[in-house]
Structures are given as C-alpha cells and as structure tokens.
Design a protein around this ligand. Structure first.
Ligand code: TGC
Ligand code: FAD
Length: 386
C-alpha cells in the first residue's frame, strides 16, 4: 500500500490527467513553495504567479475557446488539488480568476466582452475579481445594497463590496448589483474607472498570501456594454459559485494531503523516548485517521469530477463535497499540527499555515452552515432560507 494513495486512486486517472497533475505538482514544489513562507509572513501574494499560471495554461483551463485550454473538469480539479497542496491562497487566485471572473464572462458575457477579456486573463496578463459579498450581505447575497441605476445609454453603480479576493490587483471586477427593476445583474468595472477604488483589507490571520480587498463604487459610470447580458437574478452569480466550489472540493483534499505528508514524514524521523514518534500507538492512530480522511476526500473529489465531466453534477452534490472535504481537511491539519509539536506552529512546516487558511475556506464560497442547509433542503424538500 502506498501511504499517500492507500486506495490506489492513481490508477483511476488517465495518462493525460496524471501528466497535468504532475506538471502542476512540480511547479508548486519547485517554484511556489520556496517563496510561500516569506509571502505568508508579509501578507503578500507573489507578483509573478499570475503570469506563471498563465504560461502553464491553468487559468480558466476548463473553459473552451478564447485562449482557454478546454481541459476536463477532472483535470481542473487535479490542478486545484495540487495548487492548494501548496497554499489555499494560490488555489484561491486560480479559482477567482478562472471559475468566478472568467467563468462569469464566458457564461454570461457578450461576444465582445469574451474577446476583450478572456485571452489576456487566460494568459495571466489581466487579472479579474468577483464582487458579490457586502458588509451587510454575506451568506444572504439577495439582500445586497449595491445599486445599478440606468442612466442614458449606460449605468451608474453605487455600493460597497467586501472580502474580495484579488480586488486590489484586478484589471476588471465582476460586480453584482441590483438594477432599477429589482433584478441582480453583473457589470464589468475596469480598474481606474472614476469613483471606483479597491483598498486592501489588512489584519488577516488566515489566507495571508492572498490579496483581499474592499470594492468601493461611488457613482461609477459604465457603458451599456459593461453589463453581462446573459445574467439576470441570483442565478447569475450562484452559477459561477458552483464552479469555484467544485474546485474547493479538490483543493481542500490537496491541503489535507500536504498536512498528512508532513506529519508522516515527521513521525517517521523524529525520535522521543528512544523511538520514532510513529512507533507510538497514539501517533499511529492519528496517522491512520488522517490517511482515511485524505483518501475519502480524494475519492469524493474524483467521483464528483467524473459526474461533472458527464454533465451530471448537481449543485447540492458540490455542497456535499465542500462540506465533507473542508471539514476533513481542517481535522487533518489540526491533528498533523499536534504530531509536529512546537515545530508545527512554525512557517518552516506547512501545517498551521494550511490550518489557518482552511478557516477561510470553511467560510468563503458558502459557509459550512450554508452548505449544510443546502443539503438539508435537498434531503427534506424544505428551504431553511425562506
Ligand atoms: P434561492 O431562492 O434558493 O435561489 C435564487 C435563484 O438562484 C438559483 N440558484 C442557483 N443557481 C445556480 N447554482 C446554484 N447553486 C444555485 N442556488 C440557487 C435558484 O434556482 C434561483 O433561480 P431563479 O431563476 O429561480 O431565480 O436563493 P436564496 O436567496 O434563498 O439563497 C440561497 C443560498 C443561501 C444557498 C445562496 O444565497 C448562497 O449560496 N449563499 C452563500 C453566498 C456565497 O456563497 N457567497 C460567496 C461569495 S464569493 C466567494 O466567497 C469567493 S471566495 C473565492 C476564493 O478566494 O477562492
Ligand atoms: P455571515 O453571512 O454574516 O455569517 C456569519 C455566521 O452565521 C456564519 O457561521 C454563517 O454560517 C452563519 N449563518 C448565516 N446565515 C445562517 C443561516 N441562515 N443559518 C445558520 N447559520 C447562518 N466574497 C466575494 O464576493 N468575493 C470574493 O472574492 C471573496 N473572497 C473572500 C476571501 C476571504 C479570505 C474571505 C474570508 C471571504 C471572502 N469572500 C468573498 C466573502 C465570503 O463569501 C463570505 O465571508 C461568506 O459568504 C460569509 O459571509 P459573512 O462573512 O458575511 O458571514
């Protein structure tokens, strides 16, 4: 049995899927991980990463055309897994760029919007963000206050978004706002638009190697062509969230694997009481629990990937995956942390960094409780929201 693949899931992947996974794994190991501790400590996102991910063809890789790779959902999932085995902030960048901003334009945008934005975004030369959450509208985005007033041949946007990944480094923000008719609509707001600013939010103890921002819209005038013509109602943003949440199912499993590997390595090398830590039954029990959780999470991610590739994945199944895999990853990270003793709290090892990141992952893209309620609705037919 291979400790990091006890169920021999590797054999379930195609040669192409393994090739993509191994390429991303190498990038993370050789080029990203040597930089992460410094950026995590300083609370910054490495500048070169968007271009590097673009060169590898990973941005919007599951989309067709416009410079995107047109890869399978499973290949995209494996990519998220490897990126998040590096750091949740790295997978977040990729999720927001590809699954939220690019997907919104690809799925709901006009031909002109797609041609203008998708090729540079796929190359990592233009960065996107996705503004849904507001100070008073988090789990309940339908209560948003951001408004879009029709004005001659364009729109005036007023409002505030909060907790927006990539906000301050974005060239284009997908902003969701309620129109005069009361419908939620999406708008493309470009960096530098008059009345638009995106200050960085400081003081995060989680997802530190990721840019998180406010978006302030103070009478921002955009043309009629800035509106995403296909999106009307909450279905617009929620359809994008399905894509990004799917990536998190895989990503969380990657973070869990990284923590398990660190604990296993430590337990099989460090000695106390004249024996390897891994020789103690209590440590073995922790390692066994971690191995089972990681394998279950991988199995679930792969199953959902195959369903998505077959066009059969339901939103509540994505909620199932996020609910299970993020909770599992947090359990693995916290247990791995204890195996490493004091070393476990340092940036020299990845485990507390992952554990802290996973607190954000538990909350964003629909909190753990919201996904429980989505599942509850699917199980009982009763909505807890209305
Ligand atoms: P409800 O009445 O159920 O639905 C309104 C309309 O939306 C449709 N819908 C969906 N469509 C596609 N996919 C889904 N998953 C959908 N869920 C619902 C629904 O069919 C309906 O359409 P229509 O045409 O009939 O109008 O909506 P509700 O107001 O009761 O809310 C339901 C709820 C609570 C599940 C939803 O509001 C929700 O998911 N809340 C959580 C908000 C959230 O996830 N925010 C995430 C912000 S983005 C982010 O966190 C990025 S982090 C990125 C990173 O760094 O990685
Ligand atoms: P609230 O909705 O206020 O919830 C607080 C608590 O109450 C939670 O435990 C929640 O589960 C619980 N709760 C709420 N409603 C119910 C209910 N009906 N039943 C039971 N419990 C309930 N948003 C974006 O739009 N774009 C981004 O790029 C983005 N990036 C983010 C990056 C980071 C690092 C973080 C932390 C967040 C990001 N978010 C982003 C915001 C994220 O989506 C929201 O934080 C999330 O949706 C929860 O909203 P809230 O924080 O306002 O919590």
């Amino acid at each position: 049995m291979r400790p990091t693949d006890p169920l021999a899931l590797d054999a379930q992947l195609s040669d192409e899927e393994r090739l993509i996974r191994d390429t991303v794994r190498r990038y993370v190991r050789d080029r990203f991980l040597p930089r992460i501790a410094k950026h995590y400590e300083e609370g910054t996102f490495p500048d070169g990463v968007p271009g590097e991910l673009g060169e590898l063809g990973l941005l919007g890789m599951h989309l067709e055309g416009y410079g995107c790779a047109g890869a399978s959902a499973t290949a995209y999932g494996l990519t998220c897994m490897e990126l998040e085995a590096g750091d949740s902030g790295l997978r977040s960048f990729c999720s927001v760029q590809g699954s939220l901003a690019m997907f919104a334009i690809h799925h709901w945008g006009s031909e002109a919007q797609k041609e203008r934005w998708l090729p540079p975004m796929a190359a990592g030369k233009a960065i996107g963000c996705f503004g849904l959450t507001e100070p008073d509208a988090g789990s309940d985005p339908a209560s948003m206050r951001t408004r879009a007033r029709s004005d001659g041949d364009g729109w005036i946007l007023d409002g505030q978004k909060m907790w927006i990944t990539n906000g301050s480094i974005a060239d284009v923000a997908v902003v969701w706002a309620r129109t005069d008719e009361g419908k939620i609509a999406g708008f493309l707001v470009e960096r530098g638009a008059e009345g638009f600013s995106a200050p960085v939010m400081h003081g995060k103890l989680s997802l530190r190697a990721s840019v998180t921002s406010e978006l302030i819209l103070d009478g921002v005038r955009v043309g009629a062509d800035a509106r995403l013509p296909g999106a009307s109602g909450l279905r617009g943003p929620l359809s994008c969230l399905n894509e990004a949440r799917y990536g998190i199912v895989w990503g969380a499993a990657g973070a869990a694997r990284a923590c398990f590997e660190a604990a296993l390595d430590y337990a099989t090398t460090r000695e106390q009481f004249g024996r390897k830590l891994g020789a103690f039954q209590l440590t073995q029990a922790k390692l066994a629990e971690m191995a089972v959780t990681v394998a279950q999470s991988n199995l679930l991610a792969l199953h959902l990937g195959r369903l998505k590739d077959a066009g059969e994945l339901l939103p509540e199944q994505v909620s199932f995956g996020k609910y299970h895999n993020v909770r599992g990853a947090l359990e693995v990270a916290r247990s791995a942390r204890t195996v490493l003793g004091a070393n476990g709290i340092t940036l020299e090892y990845p485990v507390l960094r992952h554990a802290n990141n996973l607190e954000s992952v538990l909350t964003y893209e629909g909190t753990h409780e919201i996904h429980a309620l989505v599942l509850g609705q699917a199980l009982t037919g009763e909505s807890a929201f209305s």
